[in-house]
Write a protein that binds this ligand. Sequence first.
Ligand SMILES: NC(=O)c1ccc[n+]([C@@H]2O[C@H](COP(=O)([O-])OP(=O)(O)OC[C@H]3O[C@@H](n4cnc5c(N)ncnc54)[C@H](O)[C@@H]3O)[C@@H](O)[C@H]2O)c1
Length: 297
Amino acid sequence: MGLMDGKVAIVTGAGRGIGRGEALLLAREGARVVVNELDAETGRAVVDEIAGNGGEAALNTDDCSDDDGARRLVEQAVETFGGLDALVNNAGIVRDRTLVKMTPEEWDAVIQVHLRGHYAPTHHACAWWKEQGRPGHVVCTASTSGLLGNFGQANYGAAKAGIAAFATIAAMEMWRYNVTVNAIAPAARTRMTEGAYGSIDAGEGFDFWHPDNVAPLVVYLSSDASSHISGKVFGVQGNVVELYQPWTSFGEIVNDAGRWEPSDLAERVDSLFEGFPIAKEATNGMARLRYTMTQRG
Ligand SMILES: NC(=O)c1ccc[n+]([C@@H]2O[C@H](COP(=O)([O-])OP(=O)(O)OC[C@H]3O[C@@H](n4cnc5c(N)ncnc54)[C@H](O)[C@@H]3O)[C@@H](O)[C@H]2O)c1
């Protein structure tokens, strides 16, 4: 018995890295999987690997950030496997550059693949679940770069923070239709991170940064075992699962006379920082990460 027995799942960008591990584990847990991947060769290899393990999978090579492509992707799951139970939005790219050097093309490409790449398949999957009156699960892929900020990733971090917000709001709208929408912020050694950090040593013993470590949480969030959880953001690295607190306010100042004068704010705003772990100056939120690829082997 697997957590996904009899279910149908889509994973976008499933040809390599984290998405590949998600597709393989969903299949091992009993799901029939539509492997969406722009790079047909790597996508085909994952489909073949699933079949070789005794599972069922189909390849889709549409761009998941294209509205027609995303519609075809959902239709393919329904037509090939008779329905859809889970959508894992995983496809992603990076175009790292400091803001001043970043071109509009680098900005647009990242926003397109991540934000539209989440919106479009989720839109079509949710429309199908609502129309059919069937429950569903969506797992979105955010990042600590968005939740905490990361130098050189204004485009990627903005998209990833947007994805966390997207999951929160889609969850609110879809809760009444028995559809859950959660997000993960993973970290793993993949082609994407090798571009940023260089190759990361696998180390000895448990391979903390192996991309397949992300999949168990994603399978759980894709299954009916997690039907009571929605609109949440989880961190997942190695053998650790974290729960992120949403944006929240720490303190407040109130002007008893009504609307603030800018000059009064100049006197009072500093008091907001007193007693709270927030620095006034620009900081590197990633420095607060418990596990970083460059500091942990
Ligand atoms: N690796 C990490 O440490 C890390 C950290 C935080 C977030 N993430 C996120 O996890 C996800 C997977 O990343 P990864 O590290 O496995 O990257 P990866 O580059 O190894 O794999 C991403 C896959 O997505 C595919 N893809 C890209 N655009 C696509 C599109 N429009 N349609 C279909 N497929 C497309 C690529 O061809 C590639 O096979 C991404 O959303 C990434 O931003 C990764």
